[in-house]
Ligand binder design. Sequence first.
Ligand SMILES: *Cc1c(COP(=O)(O)O)cnc(C)c1O
Length: 228
Amino acid sequence: MIKENLNRVRDEIAEKCLKIGRNPEEITLIAVSKTYGFESVLEAKSCGQRDFGENWAQELVEKFDLVPEDVSWHFIGHLQTNKVKYVVPRAEFIHSVDSLKLAEEIAKTAQKQNKSQKILLEIKTSEEATKHGLTSEKEIEDIAGFCTENQNINLAGLMTMAPFTGDEKKIRQSFSQLRDLKEKLNKNGFSLNELSMGMTSDFELALEEGSTMLRIGTAIFGTRNYLQ
Ligand SMILES: *Cc1c(COP(=O)(O)O)cnc(C)c1O
């Protein structure tokens, strides 16, 4: 099942890219494996999948040891500072940095690991109270500034989650807001490349708005059962 799903998702991405004149090779497909066992990760890996997304530190720790090293882990969930020490040694990217305090903790931990941790800033682009992320441009520039000066952090881009709605206009707005913010930051001297946006239900819109990293779970692994 995972194989068919992955192939279908890849085809849909390629087709969409063709339609809008983008190169599918500049898109990273992150298979979001949260709540699924390491066997599912191995199955996807055997179909050539390299990038996997996890939301919880403990789950990342458990799967990390059971999956061979040649995969890239993306931490995409809300991260508390006391969990940073578990995530930094394992994640290639942390997508969910939403405070200066968290960035500082990541930098400190990365220094001990002799690593430059790739991160993205999570931006709140919708009104939904359940969504995390930065909203103040001043705060965003402050954190970006800190990252630029710190050799143990590599600020790769921005991440957002669109609102949970059927209203296509609102979803698109959320994605275009993220792209505009990236362009603005780059005009102000930063050099961000990645836009992490788009999930199972909205990845085609995200591609239209410039996404470079898609985080797709359900379409690859099936409906999640949080109680398992
Ligand atoms: C779970 C999750 C996803 C994947 O969502 P699907 O709808 O299953 O594709 C993407 N991003 C984040 C931050 C998530 O928590």
